[in-house]
Design a protein around this ligand. Structure first.
Ligand code: GLN
Length: 319
């Protein structure tokens, strides 16, 4: 069998010319992305990396931020209180759907869809909007091991065009699912989506989750180990929008995607894996990324329920 590095190089070569899909354009700034950009990164729980392609090209994190903001809200409020406010049920609907908010539920379905993410972010503690933002940025820095920058153009682009997210916040306010200061909550949500990362950063963040919340290089505890299972559970059931079921079936590891083209996935105890390619499908998932993960899962027996290979093939490949 090829070494993991050669396998990643081969995946990069085979999929770099796959030009299916489109750039997200409902946030105008995202439509400026380079369609050809493509990276694959694996970071182990002891900080080693195996990478191919443009792993240092910066982009905005978008929905992948929802996982980490959920972690901060869990630390601020605890499992029971947060569960009262944001559920953990997959919807099978698009990530920006409003439909299920107008039912007699008392909370958004889960923190990985926009409604649940806006409600989650609205719960982040802080004395004022700046304090909340600083706490959010400090949280991201814990995972990344370096300073975090927000892309102002993307933030402003989404802030001025995000009418659907604004409508969701108003609907949630109407149903008392969210506090009154929805403009600050939306700003904070748009800011968290505009945090700049690269593919290597994403794999490091995923590796931190694989490592019970301890950043593999800096050894900083980025999130309390107690809550990692909560994040991985909602990633597994809800992380890939309305493709979450098919992903769980075909790839079988907790994951999260974002419309800018990133995907992260966690192999608990072993590694974080990330791909970046901005061409997305109708569900908002990166097409090259989906193919890469299906092949990696198949080749290395990553599926959590694939007991035939266990995790030993992957463990050997990481040696
Ligand atoms: N900022 C985007 C939005 O709220 C994030 C969506 C996504 O990545 N799926 O619409």
């Amino acid at each position: 069998m090829l070494s993991l590095q050669s396998f990643l190089d081969d995946l990069y070569d085979r999929y770099r010319d796959l030009n299916e899909g489109r750039l997200a354009s409902y946030i105008p700034e995202l439509a400026k992305a380079d369609k050809g950009c493509f990276g694959i990164s694996v970071v182990t729980t002891d900080g080693r990396c195996f990478e191919a392609g443009e792993v240092h090209q910066p982009f905005t994190i978008q929905s992948i931020s929802k996982v980490f903001a959920y972690g901060l809200a869990l630390e601020d409020h605890g499992r029971d209180e947060l569960f009262e406010k944001v559920g953990v049920e997959p919807t099978g609907d698009p990530f920006n759907s409003l439909i299920r908010l107008d039912e007699d539920s008392k909370r958004p379905f889960n923190p990985m869809i926009n409604a649940g993410a806006i409600a989650t972010t609205s719960l982040i503690d802080g004395t004022d909007p700046t304090d909340k933002l600083n706490r959010l940025l400090a949280m991201f820095e814990g995972y990344l091991g370096h300073n975090v920058v927000i892309d102002m153009s993307t933030f402003m682009s989404e802030r001025s065009t995000g009418h659907r997210n604004r409508a969701m916040a108003h609907l949630m306010l109407n149903f008392d699912m969210i506090g009154h200061d929805i403009n600050s909550a939306l700003d904070l949500y748009f800011q968290q989506c505009s945090v700049m990362v690269d593919c290597h950063d994403l794999a490091t963040m995923a590796a931190t989750l694989a490592n019970q919340g301890v950043q593999p290089v800096t050894k900083v505890q980025a999130i309390s180990g107690d809550y990692v299972r909560d994040l991985l559970s909602v990633m597994y059931t809800c992380g890939m929008y309305n493709r979450a079921g098919e992903w769980a079936y075909r790839v079988g590891i907790p994951a999260k995607s974002g419309v800018s083209g990133g995907i992260i996935a966690v192999v608990p105890g072993k590694a974080g894996i990330a791909t970046f390619s901005p061409l997305i499908d109708a569900n908002g998932n990166s097409i090259r990324g989906l193919r890469v993960f299906e092949e990696l899962s198949q080749a290395y027996g990553l599926h959590l329920f694939d007991l035939s290979m266990g995790r030993c093939v992957f463990t050997k490949a990481l040696e």
